[in-house]
Design a protein around this ligand. Sequence first.
Ligand SMILES: Nc1nc2c(ncn2[C@@H]2O[C@H](COP(=O)(O)OP(=O)(O)O)[C@@H](O)[C@H]2O)c(=O)[nH]1
Ligand SMILES: [Mg+2]
Length: 360
Amino acid sequence: MQIGITGLPYAGKSTLFTTLLSRKSESDSFHKKETEKGIVKVPDARLDHLTEIFNPRRKVPATIEYLKVPGLDSQSSATKGLPVHFLSNLKTVDVILLVVRAFENPLYPHPLNRIDPQSDINFVNTEFLLSDLAIIETRIERIEKQLSKVHNETYQKELELLFKCRNFLEDEKPLRALTLSPEEDKLLRGFQFLTAKPLIIVINIDEKEIPQAEEIANRFSYLKTINTTYTVLCAALEKEISELEPADQSLFLEEAGIAEPALNRLIRLSYELLGYISFFTVGEDECRAWTIINGDNAQKAGRAIHSDIERGFIRAEIVHYTTLLENGSLSACRSKGLIRSEGRDYIIKDGDVIEFRFNV
Ligand SMILES: Nc1nc2c(ncn2[C@@H]2O[C@H](COP(=O)(O)OP(=O)(O)O)[C@@H](O)[C@H]2O)c(=O)[nH]1
Ligand SMILES: [Mg+2]
């Protein structure tokens, strides 16, 4: 999964990025002009427990790639619209993480001299909307030209879908809120529309507002809509805490009244938003977490590991993580008949421990 961090200048993007990657802050990297990337291991207590049981040579957590897009990091971009390269860098991500500023800091003035999260959200959304509209207009023009020469059912269908999208955008609604058939969804995916991407909004508050974080979150509850979610956090403090020794972190989080560190919270929100779940493979060699989409069947889940498993799927031996933990070992589960043999159509549950049988 790839998550693109974006927002206006001085919203706290770099602060959040370094927090998520547990990097020590390098002050000169704060205003980098290139897109920065970093891989984060998905924290998962279940994988930790499985590792304790199997004591494998390798523990392989799921990973998420964060991409910090710098295109807005110039005073001018806030007034002249987003540069093209900024938008193109976001096209490939699975989720957009929009950081908006709710903190005062006279040393780093807001580029539009306002502390107004909703206006900043509107500003960025409008840019995304205009970008998508421009792509749609160009495509409509091209298809209409084709259709004027010869009738083509596929083009006709695409044209109707693009009209639908255009109307939606002209009503200032993002494409992520549009209900699509699987066929339409597939057709639109190729365009990589920015307003179609799931969106997480981070409202970045001042440290002294942390006690009111929940109250502030309630004020913004309307932001949680189709394929959109949000959270309220203080990136500056989260960064300070992430730089502490792991043993000290939980103490400071508790003292600050933060129930869940930003890293865990944002990963959880991303999984929820995308409908992702995890299954595990275990053994002496390796304990590993795999990410699939909720609703995937056993055969499709095999693809997460290797296309051969999907192709040559025979069956899957499955026990749920909680059952395995309760019984202490796979052999204990086996002797009690708790390991089920499931066919290709079995729908994988979050936390299933799986051994695939396949033949290629
Ligand atoms: N008070 C406060 N300051 C913050 C917070 N997050 C970031 N800042 C400060 O705001 C300035 C700009 O942050 P930065 O992460 O570089 O923003 P970027 O331009 O979006 O990458 C820095 O001096 C940060 O320390 C926050 O949650 N609270
Ligand atoms: Mg920055």
